[in-house]
Write a protein that binds this ligand. Structure first.
Ligand SMILES: Nc1ncnc2c1ncn2[C@@H]1O[C@H](COP(=O)(O)OP(=O)(O)OP(=O)(O)O)[C@@H](O)[C@H]1O
Ligand SMILES: [Mg+2]
Length: 246
């Protein structure tokens, strides 16, 4: 049986009956502000505590901002700066990664060949075993040809597999309502899909919920579970715990 990688995020490992099967490449999809970036950061943080080196590659936010936001939201995680200083967590923000995306010679379309090879060499040079790419939606945005987009996504997954890392890749979805979820073609390429919704609750409020759509190599819960972002990390409110709360 494959080794399980615990995310350390309250509740997710239980929904996955132990954690993510090692070497799986997982999509974390959700609407704006659902907590995708923070969830991914927490995954790297918890794994860094266990001695696993994490690499956070962002195509959207600069390095400083990613770290500041994580420290702000997870104020109980006192040693984020030390983890970064010790290179247990390596953050490459958009200020570093912007050059990975290039225009072709005619300037008419974008190429991601450099992006994929840069990621491979970053994994090699940092010795990372846990990787985050936040977000892969920009690839889709810049690539007009769906066939080319699929090929790029597949070569990205191939590189991550070859590097033997267990990665989380964030993706934006158009609607964060569960009943409006559209299965994207790329969902078939990745090993696992976790969706973060924002569902309409009573009195017009919105309730954030999470669902595991697929996880290759593992059984998992099919429940849609509310979650909260707390100073000590993201917490899923599993049914058993909700019952205990009354
Ligand atoms: N200090 C905090 N305490 C509690 N919740 C916070 C705190 N800081 C941020 N949040 C929550 O986290 C959300 C932002 O999380 P995050 O940046 O991970 O979202 P995201 O899904 O990556 O968003 P985007 O799609 O814009 O990249 C905020 O919308 C807010 O709900
Ligand atoms: Mg984000």
């Amino acid at each position: 049986m494959r080794e399980r990688i615990e995310t350390g995020i309250g509740g997710i490992d239980r929904m996955l009956y132990g954690g993510i099967p090692e070497g799986n490449q997982i999509v974390i999809a959700g609407g704006p502000g659902s907590g995708k970036t923070l969830l991914c950061f927490e995954y790297l943080y918890n794994n860094a505590i266990n001695g696993q080196i994490g690499l956070f590659i962002s195509l959207e936010e600069d390095t400083g901002l990613i770290i500041e936001n994580a420290k702000e939201a997870f104020s109980d995680f006192k040693d984020i700066d030390k983890m970064i200083a010790d290179k247990k967590i390596v953050v490459h923000g958009a200020n570093d990664t912007r050059s990975y995306i290039q225009r072709d010679a005619q300037g008419s379309s974008y190429t991601f060949g450099k992006f994929v090879t840069e990621i491979e060499s970053l994994i090699e040079s940092t010795n990372a075993t846990r990787v985050v790419i936040d977000s892969v939606s920009i690839i889709k945005l810049l690539m007009k040809d769906p066939f080319e987009y699929r090929n790029t996504s597949m070569s990205l997954v191939a590189v991550l597999r070859r590097s033997k890392v267990t990665a989380l890749l964030t993706m934006e979805i158009e609607s964060s309502e569960k009943n409006k979820l559209i299965f994207q073609p790329e969902f078939f390429i990745y090993d696992g899909i976790i969706i973060m919704y924002s569902s309409a609750g009573e009195g017009g409020s919105r309730i954030p919920t999470m669902e595991i759509i697929k996880m290759r190599g593992s059984n998992h819960s099919f429940a849609t579970v509310p979650y909260e972002i707390t100073a000590g990390g993201i917490n899923l409110m599993l049914l058993a715990e909700r019952r205990a709360d009354g």
